[in-house]
Design a protein around this ligand. Structure first.
Ligand SMILES: Nc1ncnc2c1ncn2[C@@H]1O[C@H](COP(=O)(O)OP(=O)(O)OP(=O)(O)O)[C@@H](O)[C@H]1O
Ligand SMILES: [Mg+2]
Length: 327
């Protein structure tokens, strides 16, 4: 029989409209039934999933034409990059407070017409700070997916390197695009400007670029969502903070988030008997990205060497390898 955990995950994935997850949990249940000798039930579940996946794909093909979005051409080529991989909100594991801040952005964006009736504007200039691998880039993708907007990424550092001397003019082109095409614009590795440049480089140019970037952000009155991401907020001028509608500080996952991250990666395995307290304690201090990778390492090990059986010690071993890699 399906476990209570599986039934809850199944419902959660339905509520989140996460079809991929829904199907994978259903298949996991089928596999479990098959192991217990309930082959008829297992076969029925599998057939239902396959049939429903087929109809879903057909429905998508007929009812939703893909938008005609292409990589920017001409002057904008190499400045803006269109990212085309949807990331669902349910894949993101965050502490309650950070999740609430992101949800607030989504809510205000979705209700922007209602706000406009009262001369109010949705939050749309965001600064994401926090250590590497905590979900900043991923969250920008989630905003785009959930708001059904395209995601454009601008790597400021490479913009400076490639267009030394004319970066401010190039930035103007980027901000013209922001004005003309409503989308989520992620200025990623925003901190690279401040940190990776030594005296041998043109510091004056970098300062000019940062200043014009800030000026552009301040003057922008488009309907796009602008996200600047950094992992060195302490290097940024405090004056910069005023230009953003919200600053979201991402953190390394706590015990609860660690468990969720691992469970999300191991939906096809039997995880009920795992020693979660021990596992979560072992993983404390790792970033979400590292926890996710450790889970994948453990899953591979289970498939290749343990006949598909995952165990606490396999996961803890993979976690310890990630810790060792950080030293
Ligand atoms: N909060 C999270 N929830 C779920 N998965 C996460 C989370 N954070 C990171 N990951 C996993 O790690 C990968 C890398 O994360 P991401 O690129 O968003 O980190 P980042 O905060 O932007 O890091 P950096 O500062 O290095 O750019 C993601 O694609 C995802 O697989
Ligand atoms: Mg990033």
């Amino acid at each position: 029989m399906a476990t209570a955990e599986q039934i809850k995950s199944l419902l959660r994935s339905h509520v989140d409209r996460d079809d991929q997850r829904f199907y994978s949990i259903a298949l996991q249940m089928a596999a479990q039934e098959a192991r217990q000798g309930h082959h008829k039930l297992a076969g029925d579940i599998k057939a239902m999933v396959e049939k429903s996946q087929k109809t879903a794909t057909l429905g998508l093909a007929t009812s939703k034409p893909t938008p005609l979005l292409q990589q920017p051409k001409g002057d904008l080529k190499g400045l803006l990059e269109l990212t085309n991989s949807p990331v669902r909100s349910s894949e993101l594991v965050l502490t309650g407070e950070i999740r609430e801040r992101l949800d607030q952005v989504l809510l205000e964006q979705r209700q922007k017409d209602k706000l406009a009736q009262f001369d109010l504007f949705p939050r749309r200039k965001l600064l994401f700070t926090g250590p590497p691998g905590t979900g900043k880039t991923m969250s920008a993708a989630v905003l785009a997916t959930e708001l059904k907007l395209p995601l454009y990424t601008i790597v400021l550092d490479s913009l400076i390197t490639r267009f030394m001397g004319e970066t401010a003019a190039k930035l103007r082109l980027v901000f013209d695009h922001i004005q003309q095409t409503r989308a989520v614009y992620l200025f990623d590795e925003f901190d690279a400007i401040g940190t990776q440049r030594g005296a041998q480089n043109d510091v004056g140019e970098i300062r000019r670029v940062l200043n014009s970037f800030l000026l552009f952000v301040e003057q922008d009155n488009s309907e796009s969502v602008i996200v600047a991401a950094t992992n060195h907020p302490e290097l940024l001028d405090k004056a910069l903070y005023r230009r953003f509608d919200d600053i979201i500080r991402f953190e390394k996952p706590g015990k609860e988030q660690i468990r969720e991250l691992i469970q999300n990666r191991l939906t096809l395995f039997e995880t009920a008997p795992l020693a979660w307290d021990q596992i979560s304690s072992a993983a404390e201090g790792l970033s979400a990205a590292e926890v996710a990778r450790a889970s994948e390492d453990a899953a591979k090990e289970a498939v290749l060497h343990q006949k598909g059986h995952i165990s606490s010690s396999l996961i803890i071993k993979a976690i310890e390898r990630r810790h060792a890699g950080n030293k």
